[in-house]
Design a protein around this ligand. Structure first.
Ligand code: FCB
Length: 455
């Protein structure tokens, strides 16, 4: 296992998201987003942390790009803040917001780093949430208009466009379990949101394609769903249900198969799916050039009468038990199982042949307490996590998966949603008092991995 080399041209990079790093929440005409509102809701986010300042990347982007260049990153996945570009979600574009992404794009290209744009990483304009958010169809239409506005400014330089980041989280955590913005808890709304997010993707993808976008994709946090007992029929049934709600409800319509019948039947027992109109599934199936996968940990389930289920998988209470994470855990309490990444990549590749894949997020939160001899962070646990997952990715490639690249989550420590700043995923440490950036040992390790295109 010592000589692990990746294919020629394999894309090495890192990822972030606007609300998690930019700060400058009220500057240059930016409107409020659902995360501004949610983070001010008592009890919603750890110690009331907000993204108001975050990593102040809005002002320090040049320094951050220089750091990425020093580490040898070839690609950088960032998200565009919808409320910076269209402050009320629908009106005219705010040129100062677009100017920021214009400067960022130029800085990246000057540094030889390929920009990968995500159009929606969860920061919906609050004005649109006030009109129903993702539970209403209009939001999907406004998303496509906004996508075009961004493409209009960056399309001459950005080649790779992804529409949504992890619509599972936006829909089920935002509208189902309520642990993410906008914090609603209604299973029917969660399914409405799933559909309108997918529709928004389809409309935006079609519009961007017509405008000349070169590589179009979407990023999903697909789950590697495993049975507690491989020989149990009840556990296999639980896997089918959770896999349907988590994976197939997105994958199948995106790749042209429409909603799976078993998933639709399950949804119909919770809410009448009258929000799915004739022709929608065709729109959602806009051709994809790339599928982004974010992977952190596997999901183990058992089929059990009276099982607690999970709020984020509507309709699983009473039949499904989610097993608590086992083995060594990250600071998020997530288990560490690189083999899950290999399984997931192989499964997607075999179910959807011909679709190029990219790992658009993978990484680990660790307490980062140990200082090394230079006063930096000796994050051996993160190095081990990344090493294991890169070997798992390499294994998938060896078995024939068309995996094009790997983007580490995250370039910088940042605002980890409901966990605030207490969870650190960065390969670069951020001191939030001084905004000083210090590459951790994992950053130097990753720099060497990139330089030798392997482990
Ligand atoms: C993913 C999100 C990303 C980050 C990681 C840890 O679900 O896309 O913003 O929070 O988890």
């Amino acid at each position: 296992m010592s000589n692990v080399r990746f294919p020629e041209g394999f894309v090495w990079g890192g990822a972030t998201a606007a609300y998690q790093i930019e700060g400058a929440a009220r500057e240059d005409g930016r409107g409020p987003s659902i995360w501004d509102t949610f983070s001010r809701t008592p009890g919603a986010v750890f110690q009331g942390h907000t993204g108001d300042v975050a990593c102040d990347h809005y002002h320090r982007y040049a320094e951050d790009v220089a750091l990425m260049a020093e580490l040898g990153l070839r690609a950088y996945r960032f998200s565009v803040s919808w409320p910076r570009v269209r402050p009320d979600g629908t009106g005219p574009a705010e040129p100062r917001g677009l100017d920021f992404y214009d400067r960022l794009t130029d800085a990246l290209l000057d540094a030889g780093i390929d920009p990968i744009v995500t159009l929606y990483h969860w920061d919906l304009p609050q004005a649109l949430e006030d009109r129903g958010g993702w539970t209403v169809r209009e939001t999907a239409e406004h998303f496509a208009e906004y996508a075009l506005a961004v493409h209009g400014r960056l399309g001459d330089r950005v080649r790779t466009w992804t529409t949504l980041n992890e619509p599972w989280c936006s829909a089920y955590l935002g509208y189902g379990s309520g642990v993410h913005a906008p914090g609603r808890r209604d299973a029917g709304d969660a399914f409405r949101a799933v559909h309108h997010l997918l529709l928004g993707h389809g409309l935006a993808a079609r519009a961007l394609r017509a405008a000349g976008a070169e590589t179009l994709g979407i990023t999903l946090n697909l789950a590697d769903v495993q049975p507690a007992d491989a020989g149990s029929a009840a556990d296999a049934e639980a896997v089918r249900l959770v896999d349907g709600l988590h994976n197939r409800i997105f994958l199948d319509p995106l790749t042209g198969g429409g909603y799976p019948a078993d998933v639709l039947a399950h949804v119909s027992r919770i809410v009448a799916p009258d929000f799915v109109r004739d022709g929608d599934e065709k729109l959602i199936a806009a051709p994809l050039d790339l599928l982004g996968l974010n992977y952190y940990a596997p999901t183990y389930v058992a089929g059990r009468a009276g099982g607690a289920g999970g709020d984020a998988w509507p309709g699983t209470a009473g039949t499904v038990e989610f097993l608590p994470p086992a083995g060594p855990l990250t600071d998020m309490g997530w288990s560490i199982e690189p083999a899950g990444l290999t399984r997931l990549l192989e499964r997607v590749a075999s179910d959807h042949p011909g679709l190029p894949l990219m790992i658009t997020e993978n990484g680990g939160a660790f307490p980062d307490t140990g200082l090394d001899e230079r006063g930096g962070v000796a994050d051996a646990d993160r190095v081990a996590y990344l090493d294991g997952h890169l070997r798992a990715a390499h294994e998938a490639i060896a078995r024939g998966v068309d995996l094009r690249g790997y983007l580490v989550w995250s370039v910088l420590d940042n605002f980890e949603w409901a966990e605030g700043y207490r969870k650190r995923f960065g390969i670069v440490h951020v001191d939030y008092l001084t905004q000083r950036r210090t590459p951790k040992r994992s950053a130097r390790w990753y720099q060497e991995v990139i330089a030798r295109n392997g482990l």
